[in-house]
Design a protein around this ligand. Structure first.
Ligand code: ADP
Ligand code: MG
Length: 250
């Protein structure tokens, strides 16, 4: 395997417990560069925990996990690798988590200046380009509370992209949005997918998932039950649990 086909995420036999609760069970997951993986499953099945393990927001107890060649150790003993992963992996959450006391522009320039050491000029130029890309350049000087939810989520996306991530993680990015704003956020994500960004997305937007995903992963009670290309998984699921889940959400 050469450098270009090396997986960005390589997870093997991952187990995660919250006390007595066995939340992730022997999870194997490889994500290759440019791949868009959508994770689906019932509430409480472990989707958030799975993607939070990928950027070290949650510790795991057993298994192997490498993100872009950086190895995360069980029990959170990762040190430098963890710092590296945090700078290389962008994440967009259900709640937008913008800094309320900073303007839109400053939200996007902060990390590149602080973490990457970019000059203000460089960071601002890049931020304006990204804000334009998510169609929100005219809001640069506003504060988060002055924006709609859909606009805030697009700022959150621009902010994550400003770090030039190798991988983007999304945890139900449209679940907190009013219905009329879901489309604009999905559009921005669709663009990103087209440009070749490697993405792992937890979403309940099944139409979107079918359209952008290279692979759908169905997770049930912390274990991957079935996975495959969208047309196979949605139209011809093999597993009874997948069938039952899909019959409830489609
Ligand atoms: P999903 O995102 O699929 O809804 P989660 O990954 O959030 O599922 O949660 C999986 C399981 O782990 C649930 O039973 C949840 O209650 C539990 N859980 C999640 N976070 C914690 C935590 N910090 N402490 C204890 N249990 C947790
Ligand atoms: Mg969740």
């Amino acid at each position: 395997m050469n450098a270009t086909t090396q997986p960005i995420v390589r997870m093997q036999g991952l187990n995660k417990h919250f006390g007595e609760l066995h939340v992730l069970k022997e999870v194997d997951l490889e994500v290759t560069p440019g791949e868009v993986v959508v994770v689906i499953g019932a509430s409480g099945s472990g989707k958030s925990t799975l993607i939070r393990c990928i950027n070290g927001l949650e510790e795991f107890q057993q298994g192997e996990l490498e993100v872009d060649g950086n190895r995360l150790e069980p029990h959170g003993k990762s040190g430098k690798a963890l710092q590296k992963i945090r700078t290389e992996v962008g994440m967009v959450f259900q709640q937008f988590n913008l800094f309320p006391h900073l303007s839109v522009l400053d939200n996007v320039t902060l990390a590149p200046m602080k973490v990457r050491g970019w000059s203000r000029d460089d960071a601002e130029e890049n931020a304006r380009r990204l804000l334009d890309r998510v169609d929100i350049a005219d809001q640069a000087d506003k504060y988060p509370t002055q924006l709609s939810g859909g606009q805030q989520q697009r700022v959150a996306l621009a902010r994550a992209l400003a770090m030039e991530p190798r991988l983007m993680l999304f945890d139900e990015p449209t679940s907190a949005l009013d219905p009329e704003m879901i489309g604009e956020v999905l559009d921005a994500m669709r663009e990103l997918a087209k440009e070749g960004m490697t993405m792992v997305i937890v979403t309940h937007e099944m139409g979107f998932a079918r359209e952008v995903a290279d692979r759908i992963i169905f997770i049930h009670k912390g274990a991957i039950e079935e996975q495959g290309p969208p047309e196979k998984l949605f139209d011809n699921p093999q597993n009874e649990r997948t069938q039952s889940f899909l019959s409830r959400v489609l």
